[in-house]
Design a protein around this ligand. Structure first.
Ligand SMILES: Nc1nc2c(ncn2[C@@H]2O[C@H](COP(=O)(O)OP(=O)(O)OP(=O)(O)O)[C@@H](O)[C@H]2O)c(=O)[nH]1
Length: 879
């Protein structure tokens, strides 16, 4: 080597050594003859470790790769052969490096440029190896045209230093673009970004949001402590140091921060969410911190304001006395307010924030409904639910719950519900009281008409569902009006009260007794075992009412008539059943009261007939369809006609003869009896005069007077005036009354009877023996005659009881100074017994049927009245 050359070589060696790019000089046998500092740094070796060694033996262990070695040898071979530079593009090395989280194997790519140093003969003497890292470039190429990447590199390995330079330039340009793009992203990012580097945390990058947060001050290139001194006391630098030291990120949420954008200016407060992310150097050490986050001041303040307003609402609601609850549906946690707990008598700590604290306190009867209503409201129904909750002392309280879904997840599923609880126990009590008064009769405490209707409707539904039958009984007290009229309304009230109590004792608890009004009661009998069961109870009910009622004013006697209708046989709905029971009851009344009647189709027809008859009866008097027959009353001793009973008859042109037993009650109920009764009297009186004249002595005719007639004042005196007008003495008429007139006699009755006595009108007590047969009345009211009811006379020959009764009536009446008339004598045997018993008078078919006046007159002519002369005047009895 000449001097110049040597000098040149030496200069070259100095240049190589100083070059910032790694260089390695190889001999043609691939021994390392020179290496510069940059290369040593890249491979992490000392000069001594490399010089004089085979290049493949000193390459980093990770770089040793069979394919790589083959490519390298081939390239060197080409340089030696051709004396031209050669390039290997993108040789892949996997090099491991240490990081805080352990060794990481990096995939890196290198280009190797081999440049020959030729001797004068043009032969390759030395080879300069120049490695260039192309990892990023390779990645770009691959991204741009993955399929072609390898081909391009393949071409490059053919050796083209120009192309390599272009590639490097391109790579740098792209990197610069990428950096600019990142910058723009940082700049425009809505959140703040700061990047600080080095132990002093020097700001390297700050975006616009970052400046907005802390004010536009000088940051980049300045250490954080110096640029933002106000953060010192707030602990931010401690955090930075911590992240730098540990390499662990730090996350802050809603952290309070105060900054002074202008030195000496006002301090602004912020709340920020942020992340301190460590940045690592190539050697794995922490080189800086990437700070990224958001200013959440507004949200935080809004949230606080909401919380305050929620709190205010809670206070406002609780001020009304309501409790408040807040239910997190997802966690099933419920927050109950203090007042909520107070309503149930609990202290703040007594109740945990659990759903079951509410659920387990629900009244067993309300549990299912309350839960169902709550779940329905979760599904969108408005929540308004009344139920009972158990209090601390074990009692139950009625509350009203109202609530609303206040939170939903993105899918719309409810996540939160808030509600109130009002104490409505007092309102409920008031409601119950109102309900009680609206549903129960205050006098008897029994369900009233409204509740009766409800219960009946329920029974119909239940029986329909279960396929069972039940009975509806209508009970109406007989002639209850008389109790009021004779004993006073208070006594009537007391009797009704006692009657209600008695009825209750006759039925089972499952049956219902009500008082729809007046003197009317109903009984609903369920769980029946045949009609006999119903009849037994009806009998019991009748018997219980028939027992004397002890009232303040004295003892009252009354009876009851019962109408019975059956579900479903007689009616399918409440209305029909009520109508039918009423008709059946009416039938019981019409049949003589103090008894029960079933409703049947036949009864319904009867009801129609009655209605028709009542209409016709109104016209009967005007149309001359009524007439009077007379039946002789015979002196049993003398067999002479002592007097006559006037008996009303009705012959309807279409219906024919209508029985008095049928139309008299209709006349009584309609009030027609007053006019009819007077008419009968007016008919009888002239006949009395005529027959009196015929027989030469006053001829008494008895006229029936209904209790109804006693209650109407107007007619009583008229009879006397009428008799006066006819010039008849009072005893030409006797009045027949029934026992019930005396039983509940008012002063009006007493007065009328007194007037009769004063006028000489005699009084006969009809149907004696069938009612109460009270002796006391007989004396008190100056009765003249007792008429033994024909039911005793009918079986007097065969029934010892009837005979005994008849005989005792006769004895008793005589003791009291009364005469006795036996009704319905049909046989000589009956006559004989009565005569033997001392009965005074008799009437019946044995002597004569009731006959028209002209016939009676003939009878009278042939058989003169008592006191008349001649044996011919005796009635001849048919045997
Ligand atoms: N004391 C009292 N009487 C009442 C009450 N409600 C209704 N009444 C009376 O009860 C009587 C009912 O009479 P009715 O049922 O029509 O007739 P009755 O006298 O019982 O005769 P019959 O039913 O035909 O046997 C009427 O006089 C009413 O004024 C009450 O709460 N207390």
């Amino acid at each position: 080597m000449n001097n110049v050359a040597r000098k040149t070589n030496m200069d070259a060696a100095a240049v190589l050594a100083a070059a910032p790019y790694p260089f390695l000089v190889l001999s043609t046998d691939l021994t390392v003859v020179e290496v510069n500092a940059a290369y040593l740094k890249t491979v992490g070796k000392t000069r001594e470790e490399m010089i004089g060694r085979d290049v493949f033996s000193v390459l980093p262990a990770d770089a040793k790769d069979v394919d790589n070695e083959r490519a390298l040898r081939a390239s060197v071979e080409r340089v030696i052969q051709t004396g031209k530079p050669d390039t290997i593009m993108a040789l892949r090395y996997c090099m491991s490096r240490q990081t805080p989280t352990g060794p990481v194997s990096d995939e890196r790519y290198w280009s190797l440029v081999y440049t020959p140093v030729l001797d004068d003969a043009g032969h390759t003497q030395l080879i300069i190896v120049n490695p260039i890292e192309v990892t990023e470039l390779y990645a770009h190429e691959k991204e741009a045209a993955p399929a072609d990447a390898h081909r391009d590199f393949g071409l490059l390995t053919e050796g083209n230093i120009l192309k390599r330079g272009q590639l490097l330039e391109e790579s740098h340009r792209r990197l610069a673009e990428e950096r600019a793009r990142l910058h723009r992203i940082f700049e425009q990012a809505p959140g703040f970004v700061y990047i600080v580097q080095g132990p002093d945390a020097v700001y390297e990058i700050v975006n616009e949001a970052g400046y907005q947060l802390v004010g536009h001050r000088e940051l980049v290139g300045r250490p954080a402590r110096e640029a933002m001194p106000e953060l010192e006391a707030q602990g931010y630098f401690v955090l930075l140091d911590q992240v730098m030291a540990t390499g662990k990120p730090f996350v802050g949420r809603e952290v309070h921060m105060e900054v002074q954008p202008v030195p000496g200016g006002p301090i602004t407060e912020h709340y920020i969410d942020f992340v301190f992310q460590p940045l690592f150097a190539a050697d794995g050490s922490v080189s800086g911190v990437f700070v990224q986050g958001n200013d959440v001041t507004e949200q935080k303040l809004a949230k606080e304001a909401l919380a305050i307003s929620n709190e205010r609402w809670k206070l406002a609601i609780e001020g009304t006395g309501d409790g408040v609850w807040d239910w997190n549906i997802q966690t099933n946690e419920v927050t109950y307010s203090k007042r909520w707990k107070e309503i149930l008598g609990y202290a703040e700590d007594d109740i945990a924030n659990r759903f079951d604290e509410w659920e387990q306190r629900l009244h067993p009867d309300d549990h299912d409904t309350a839960l169902a209503e709550l779940h329905a409201s979760i599904d969108g129904q408005p929540y308004y639910s009344e139920y009972r909750l158990r209090c601390k002392d074990g009692s139950y309280k009625w509350v009203l719950g109202r609530a609303e879904v206040v939170g939903r997840d993105p899918a719309g599923k409810p996540t939160r519900m808030t509600g109130t609880m009002s104490d409505i126990s007092q309102k409920k009590e008031a409601d119950e009281l109102i309900w009680y008064h609206a549903s129960f009769d205050s006098l008897t405490g029994l369900p009233n008409r409204r509740l009766f209707r409800d219960r009946l409707a329920q029974e119909v539904k239940k029986a329909h569902r279960t396929g069972t039958e039940f009975a509806l009984l209508f009970i109406d007290l007989d002639r209850f009006k008389d109790v009021n009229d004779f004993l006073g309304h208070d006594a009537g009230d007391l009797l009704l009260k006692q009657a209600g109590e008695r009825l209750l004792t006759c039925v089972r608890e499952s049956d219902t007794v009500t008082r729809p009004g007046g003197d009317e009661f109903t009984v609903i009998l369920t769980d029946l075992h045949g009609n006999a069961h119903v009849e037994n109870i009806a009998e019991k009910l009748i018997a219980s009412v028939a027992m004397p009622f002890r009232l303040k004013e004295g003892v009252a006697h009354i009876s009851a008539s019962i109408g019975i209708t059956m579900y479903p046989a007689d009616g399918a709905d409440p209305e029909e059943l009520i109508r039918n029971a009423d008709q059946a009851m009416y039938a019981a009344k019409a049949a003589g009261r103090n008894q029960f009647r079933y409703f049947t189709r036949f009864m319904q027809e009867e009801a129609h007939r009655r209605l028709h008859l009542r209409r016709e009866l109104r016209k009967a008097l005007r149309r001359g369809q009524l007439y009077v027959h007379f039946q002789p009353v015979v002196d049993l001793r003398s067999h002479r006609i002592a007097k006559a009973e006037a008996l009303l008859r009705w012959r309807h042109p279409k219906l024919g003869a209508v029985s008095p037993a049928e139309f008299i009650p209709l006349a009584e109920e309609s009030g027609l009896i007053n006019a009819i009764g007077d008419w009968v009297f007016m008919q009888a009186a002239p006949w009395s005069r005529r027959w009196g004249a015929q027989t030469g002595q006053p001829f008494q005719i008895s006229v029936n007077r209904s209790p109804v007639q006693f209650l109407s004042k107007q007619n009583s005196p008229d009879w006397l005036t009428y008799l006066d007008k006819l010039g008849l003495p009072g005893n030409s008429i006797s009045v027949e009354i029934t026992e019930s007139v005396l039983l509940n006699a008012t002063s009006l009755v007493a007065e009328t009877l007194l007037q009769y006595r004063d006028a000489g009108i005699q009084v006969a007590l009809d149907d004696f023996g069938t009612g109460y047969s009270s002796m006391a009345y007989l004396q008190r009211f100056d009765i003249d005659y007792l008429k033994i009811d024909q039911s005793f006379v009918r079986d007097i020959e065969t029934n010892a009881g009837s005979r005994a009764i008849a005989e005792s009536i006769i004895v008793m009446a005589h003791r009291l100074g009364l005469k006795v008339i036996a009704e319905g004598i049909e046989t000589a045997g009956q006559y004989a017994i009565l005569d033997a018993a001392g009965c005074d008078y008799g009437q019946g078919y044995l002597f004569s049927r009731p006959v028209p006046p002209d016939e009676f007159e003939q009878l009278l002519a042939s058989v003169p009245a008592q006191g008349g002369s001649g044996a011919a005047g005796r009635l001849h009895f048919r045997a």
